[in-house]
Design a binder for this molecule. Structure first.
Ligand SMILES: Cc1cc2nc3c(=O)[nH]c(=O)nc-3n(C[C@H](O)[C@H](O)[C@H](O)COP(=O)(O)OP(=O)(O)OC[C@H]3O[C@@H](n4cnc5c(N)ncnc54)[C@H](O)[C@@H]3O)c2cc1C
Ligand SMILES: *[C@@H]1O[C@H](CO)[C@@H](O)[C@H](O)[C@H]1NC(C)=O
Ligand SMILES: *[C@@H]1O[C@H](CO)[C@@H](O)[C@H](O)[C@H]1NC(C)=O
Length: 514
């Protein structure tokens, strides 16, 4: 709707300016074709076989994970190496076409496809090398989380902390944080990176680390989509650990019990006296399900490197407040079994993303970081759970909310200096992701509004807190200013200055960029 309105306005003013001799639509189409053929000529000369609209592969290659979007890239290319990435960036720069990297393509706003029409997408599918040198792993930016986890496990039982979905790409995930259940002990995936290779907007292939191009390294580990195309990451791995997976389900809760449950959970997680071990990854899941209320609340997670008795004694004080669960799940798992369990898959073959295509969803998601210094108020959690157990119980939107504990105890995420890298939310106790799959029976606007209602329930009822959001759960409705305020409240100034330095012409660019 807004797009149609804007183009009508532009058409009429342009027609007036040109004395209405050439309709603006035709003028625009001509200059677009001109720029586009310049781009294609350049890509051809660089040895690419670009995929463009009209090609049989285009529909599939330009299809995002989130089917709410249908951006039309001017072209997609698949370089074989960093030199190819550099050549592609130069073609974009020389022809005034904006460029985006695509790793796993899981951006919630499909920003790897530009976030608007007419960009050049540099797809990193061929950059899938993996290697280990002692405990240091190097992996190409075209790998997905499942490939990395499988490779590390199979080559000496090594591991990294990262997210759960096997098909999420390392490029977006690492570049913008990357949270997983071991992150309270090992940090975000970005925090575990020791160096990376990045091709900047001028086509330079640079190594960046804490000691080399340190400002670029700082920016690319947290705001990675804005400073070039990262081609490879090197990370310090850990010995893979056995663990106990736990899940305490409360199907009998109503809104009041669930709100009290959240209050008990956040106090337990942040108890300054009985500090929660950093080897605990802790969540709350809330979603529609089989229960008297139609909604199910569960406290779950993974406790690494302990026995079941320790899990029981650790959670006894919390369970004393939560009441008797309707179901308790406890399972001893080795590392790769835990990775499979968290991914919701059965076989290690399902971690190898070269063996089966990715899935899609049609969804809107957004997030809130709840600060350690300002835990959720009773009023806010009452409103949130009234929403979940009220409108949520009957909504046609297939929603869930996940609360991920980042801080509490001696969490290394929270203890690290707040300016360690561009990730700008180390003061958080936990994140809340609000996610809704929007079925065909619900309009896009209504689906978005339903999910936004979850966030508003919290934030309107705790208006004194300046809430942040998680950039890897990028909210497609934010303007650039809103995005900077939510994702980089204290780092925007430095990131904008670095953007001016490394990409003054905004060659690498998406709608929420600096
Ligand atoms: C099913 C699912 C589960 C998830 N689970 C988790 C989770 O457990 N924890 C968590 O933290 N997050 C999770 N996420 C969010 C996920 O981390 C982000 O969606 C992430 O940004 C996806 O990365 P990608 O490479 O797949 O996406 P892409 O769409 O390829 O990239 C995302 C952004 O990064 C840019 N980019 C990609 N590669 C590069 C590169 N090499 N260099 C520079 N810029 C690049 C793109 O241009 C785009 O702007 C999940 C997402 C989904 C869909
Ligand atoms: C995934 O499968 C391919 C094809 O069999 C294989 O070459 C590759 O090594 C596998 N990757 C991992 C991480 O095991
Ligand atoms: C832990 O608690 C569960 C559920 O109450 C119980 O079945 C199990 O026996 C306990 N395990 C140990 C080692 O105490």
């Amino acid at each position: 709707m807004r797009g149609t309105f804007a183009s009508i306005v532009v058409l009429s003013t342009a027609s007036v300016a040109l004395g209405a001799l050439i309709p603006y639509s035709q003028l625009k189409a001509r200059s677009y074709r001109h720029a586009r053929s310049g781009l294609l000529d350049c890509l051809d000369s660089a040895g690419f076989d670009p995929v463009v609209e009209g090609d049989s592969a285009y529909a599939t290659d330009a299809s995002p994970f989130n089917l709410r979007f249908n951006w039309k890239p001017a072209a997609l290319v698949y370089p074989q190496d960093s030199a190819g990435v550099a050549a592609a960036i130069k073609c974009g720069a020389d022809n005034g076409v904006k460029v985006n990297a695509r790793s796993g393509g899981h951006s919630y706003a499909a920003f790897a496809l530009g976030g608007e029409d007419g960009h050049l997408t540099v797809s990193l599918d061929n950059l899938r090398h993996l290697s280990l040198d002692g405990t240091a792993a190097t992996f190409g930016a075209g790998n997905h989380l499942g490939d990395v986890a499988l490779y590390l496990w199979e080559n000496g039982g090594r591991a990294l902390a990262h997210g759960t979905c096997p098909y999420v790409g390392v490029g977006g995930h690492t570049g913008q944080g990357g949270f997983g259940l071991p992150s309270r002990a090992w940090g975000l995936l970005a925090d575990q990176i020791t160096s990376l290779e990045i091709v900047t907007a001028d086509g330079s292939i640079l190594t960046a680390s804490k000691t080399e191009n340190a400002d670029l390294f700082w920016a690319a580990t947290g705001a990675g989509a804005s400073f070039g195309i990262i081609t490879s990451f090197t990370a310090e791995t850990h010995a893979a650990l056995d663990s106990i997976a736990f899940a305490y389900t409360f199907a009998d809760y109503g809104a009041a019990e669930a709100s009290a449950g959240l209050q008990a959970w956040q106090a337990f997680a942040n108890d300054p006296v009985n500090k929660l071990d950093t080897a605990v990854g802790l969540q709350i899941h809330v979603n529609p399900g089989l229960s008297p209320s139609g909604v199910v609340f569960s406290v779950s997670g993974v406790y690494y490197d302990v026995d079941e008795a320790t899990v029981n004694s650790t959670f006894a004080p919390l369970l004393a407040q939560l009441g008797t669960p309707s179901d308790i799940f406890l399972e001893e798992q080795d590392w790769i079994t835990s990775v499979l369990y968290l991914a919701g898959v059965d076989s290690v073959l399902q971690l190898n993303t070269t063996l089966a295509p990715d899935t899609h969803d049609t969804f809107f998601a957004t997030s809130t970081f709840v600060p350690e210094a300002a835990p959720m108020t009773q009023a806010a959690s009452d409103a949130l759970f009234a929403y979940f157990y009220g409108p949520g119980a009957s909504s046609a939107v297939e929603w869930f909310a996940i609360f991920d504990l980042y801080g509490g105890g001696d969490s290394v995420i929270a203890l690290a200096d707040k300016d360690t890298n561009a990730f700008d939310a180390r003061d958080s106790l936990y994140s809340i992701q609000y996610y809704g799959t929007i079925p065909a029976s619900v309009s896009d606007a209504d689906g978005i509004a339903f999910v936004q209602g979850m966030k508003s329930a919290v934030e309107i009822n705790q208006a004194k807190t300046q809430f942040k959001g998680y950039v890897n759960y990028i909210d497609s409705t934010y303007t650039a200013d809103e995005a900077h305020t939510r994702y980089y409240p204290t780092h925007t100034e430095r990131l904008t200055a670095l953007k001016d330095q490394y990409d003054p012409n905004r060659v690498i660019n998406f709608p929420q960029d600096f």
